[in-house]
Write a protein that binds this ligand. Structure first.
Ligand SMILES: Nc1ncnc2c1ncn2[C@@H]1O[C@H](COP(=O)(O)OP(=O)(O)OP(=O)(O)O)[C@@H](O)[C@H]1O
Length: 157
């Protein structure tokens, strides 16, 4: 009795960098619209920022807290490098909040109102990234702002 041995299924090799151009078109043909110039790109970026500000309570809170931190650092006349550190950490929080909003939108677009474990992971991790950056920004601001603020308060009392 002869046994028929089936050959293993052919697995196509992953695309190598040299053939990526044929897989990913350069012209982004799947995009509904592509910004025609730099000015239009800025306009769409501003639309994203205003959307996040209007729709996301956390983004508004972060904008307010970051503005207070930067204003305080200027008022207390911190060193330029210290102001820069506060500005960078504040900017990181706001940028991650925008990415969080983008990920939420993509997840909602993909799964709509159905529950999916991967949707939960994506949203929870994006929210976690914002939380980590906010905690670090708070720590940095406290370390740089509290000592001169304390000196100012003691000198006034
Ligand atoms: N489609 C889904 N499938 C599974 N879990 C979901 C889904 N949508 C939301 N969730 C869960 O509900 C939580 C809250 O969802 P939401 O869309 O409000 O995100 P969020 O990050 O809390 O929003 P925000 O940043 O505006 O506070 C998510 O973190 C996730 O755990």
């Amino acid at each position: 009795m002869s046994q028929q041995v089936s050959s293993p299924p052919q697995v196509s090799a992953p695309p190598t960098p040299s053939c990526l151009e044929t897989v990913v078109p350069k012209q982004r043909e799947f995009s509904w619209k592509v910004a025609s110039n730099l000015f239009v790109s800025f306009k769409y970026a501003w639309c994203g920022i205003t959307y996040a500000f209007q729709s996301q309570r956390n983004f508004r809170i972060h904008v307010g807290v970051c503005a207070i931190a930067i204003a305080l650092s200027l008022f207390l006349q911190l060193k330029p490098v210290e102001i820069a550190v506060i500005a960078v950490t504040s900017g990181l929080v706001l940028a991650l909040e925008l990415l969080n909003t983008a990920i939420e939108s993509i997840v909602d677009l993909t799964v709509k109102q159905t529950y999916h474990e991967l949707a939960k992971i994506a949203k929870d991790c994006a929210a976690g990234a914002v939380l980590v950056s906010a905690l670090v920004a708070l720590l940095v601001a406290a370390m740089l702002l509290l000592p001169p603020l304390y000196v100012l308060i003691v000198s006034v009392i």
